[in-house]
Design a protein around this ligand. Structure first.
Ligand SMILES: C[S@@+](CC[C@H](N)C(=O)[O-])C[C@H]1O[C@@H](n2cnc3c(N)ncnc32)[C@H](O)[C@@H]1O
Length: 244
């Protein structure tokens, strides 16, 4: 969704509990990179939601300066409450494309979870471009030996992999244009939602242009009947590490 509509969507649905992850979820991720950094680190979490990731870092005793950026004022309000007992975590309301820091500023670790599929333009090609552009900006913000952690929804299809994304992308555009409320049909079809999902190979191809990519964890979800009809073989949440 373009800046204003994605902001409105997340400000309206900030109370949605799916944006809260428990700290155990992050342990394998933190385990993977904790040996790479010996002292205090600078961390940037883009689209940080309720701050669960940064809170998880603190709980794992990582030290340093942690910054969460999100376009949604209401989610950041939740984030501030969520980490109110922690020092060294700051939040700023901003669009990831206009980050609130100087050009020269660098981070050891940049994390972006479930944000790319919310970057929506008029068509899929332009939306894919937005994701590539944002990832390139983030890469340029990494310090030497820095790590980019990308978490996303992924799917693998039995046939015609990219057709599934296009069906979902354009169906949601039509539903919103017609101002239909289909939450009775699927609770996650919240009014105003638009998404641009990546198939696994598509996201890996984008990330390969940035550095060396390692798939860290894959959490498949149970497929619904509708998803099976759309020839999905697997879908879920995936985590990549990109080292530059
Ligand atoms: C699905 S939520 C994920 C939140 C969190 N990263 C997590 O994994 O729980 C997507 C988040 O991205 C934020 N977001 C979407 N587009 C953004 C943008 N252009 N700039 C900054 N934040 C954005 C939303 O406000 C929302 O908090």
């Amino acid at each position: 969704m373009k800046g204003k509509s994605v902001k409105t969507f997340f400000d309206t649905h900030a109370h949605y509990s799916a944006y809260n992850k428990n700290q155990e979820y992050y342990l394998p991720i933190i385990d993977y990179f904790s040996n790479d950094f010996s002292k205090e680190i600078r961390v940037l979490d883009i689209g940080c939601g309720d701050g669960s990731f940064l809170k998880g870092l603190k709980a794992a005793n990582l030290r340093g300066d942690f910054l969460g950026v999100d376009i949604s004022f209401n989610l950041l309000r939740k984030a501030k409450t969520n980490v109110s007992d922690q020092k060294g975590i700051h939040f700023v309301v901003a669009d990831a494309f206009n980050p609130p820091f100087r050009n020269t500023e660098k981070f050891n670790l940049i994390h972006i979870d479930s944000v790319l599929h919310h970057l929506i333009d008029d068509n899929r090609k332009k939306s894919n471009r937005l994701s590539k552009d944002l990832l390139t900006i983030l890469r340029s913000k990494l310090s030497q030996n820095g790590i980019l952690i990308v978490e996303e929804m992924y799917y693998n299809s039995r046939i015609l992999p990219h057709l599934t994304s296009s069906i979902i992308f354009y169906s949601l555009k039509i539903i919103n244009r017609l101002q239909l409320d289909l939450t009775f049909f699927r609770n996650d079809l919240k009014p105003g939602l638009e998404v641009n999902f990546f198939s696994e190979d598509q996201l890996v191809n984008i990330l390969n242009e940035l550095g060396s990519v390692m798939t860290m964890q894959r959490n498949p979800s149970k497929l619904s009947k509708l998803e099976k009809v759309m020839f999905l073989r697997e879908r879920g949440h995936i985590t990549y590490f990109v080292k530059i």
